[in-house]
Design a protein around this ligand. Sequence first.
Ligand code: ADP
Ligand code: MG
Length: 475
Amino acid sequence: MEVTAQSVWNNCLSFIKDNIQPQAYKTWFEPITAVKLTDNALSIQVPSKFFYEWLEEHYVKILKVALNKELGERAKLVYVIKMENTYGNKQPFTERIPSSNRGAVKSQNVDIPLKNKNPELKNPFVIPGIRNVKIESQLNPNYSFDNFLEGDSNRLARNAGLAVANKPGGTSFNPLLIFGGVGLGKTHLAHAIGIDIKDKYPEKTVLYISAEKFTQQYIDSVKKNNRNDFIHFYQIIDVLIIDDVQFLSGKSGTQDVFFHIFNHLHQNGKQVILTSDKAPVDMQDIEQRLLSRFKWGLSAELQSPDFETRVSILKNKLYRDGVEMPDDIIEYVAKHIKINVRELEGAIISLIAQSSFNKKEITISLAKEIVEKFVKNTKREVSIDYIQKVVSDYFQMDVSTLQSKTRKRHIVQARQLAMFFAKKFTKASLASIGSQIGKRDHATVLHACKTVDNLSSTDKQFRKYVEDISKKLAL
Ligand code: ADP
Ligand code: MG
């Protein structure tokens, strides 16, 4: 078989694919094309300089291994950086219906003029009557890149954000979709990008808006019969940041209008930045055509920060607030509050407040008290259904088996454990627990709880069951 740039690269790809995360593969390797092969040098084309830098920093080892396997020890890799900012010249793929035909077109989807013919700009942010054509960015200066600490959990998203800020509309990250759970820094990062762009390109119009507010403005514009003004306003933005797009789910009118605004901006080389609490694949009640647009650029996830990052976030916060705190206390808080940054900050703020209001010294025991409150309040209440599911999974049986009338010993034990944990982890009464776990009465549940207590102090194997399941239930 003939060895071509393509065939060499394909072999490299299949090796790389097996060795890295699917999301990373999709982001960093799928967009690459092999362009040339000369002797021992393979040239690959990457979409931007940032892309090349990222590959060099994170994937150079695996690239080397893969290429050595194909072309031997003397293999070389050459990057070709594709001309950036090609978006501006892209041929629009939607057509504007000439105005003479408009009357014949029923669908409002196509009835969106792409240019603002009305010179007076109606700005939905402005209270009617007060003229103000300057568009305020609505950015919070505290949410800067400087204050957004980098860690493994956010490296991709943060760096992609920086790349976008350096060249808004000019990278392949358009749109840039930042997604992740609550309190992980989506809003902060979205603002940071906007602030940085404003710094570097003061002439650009940057606008931050929550999807909720956007929806409200749209509804208002329909009520006031100036839907087109609303659309025109958004079409002149250079960098549009929409926070929490999951809010658009189920709102087809707003999705429709956003779809058209998005297309217009994208075709004109404008940057769109979105945040969401879910990955595009998990978004529900969002139209397919919009979802597919979301996937055009880069979806970058924010994950829960690791311990080191939590410590540096706390230290940075304390430093900015001018508060000193012993390292062991900072580490205690960082060790116990793991799920999100908002809670981490909340705990440290109450710690500072407690100590200054009550003139208490900040000690480990005060930290412990406060952390416990935080952890307890945020611990989600487990349901009896969930307990039954966890217990039956643990014993590899169906929930229906666990609930059945059988007297087989291992099934009886599983059922008793489910009852025991339901009593321990929920506020449900014995009667209610019994009725939900196989329609038993309250006496059976009481008996189950006693049996589990007894067995776990006499039977080592049984105690292990209790411990294992406890761990699975304690989130
Ligand atoms: P989300 O929008 O994802 O719910 P936010 O952006 O509101 O989260 O972040 C919650 C809080 O955590 C904010 O006060 C933010 O400044 C802070 N935060 C999140 N990530 C970081 C980080 N990497 N460095 C510093 N502060 C952070
Ligand atoms: Mg947010």
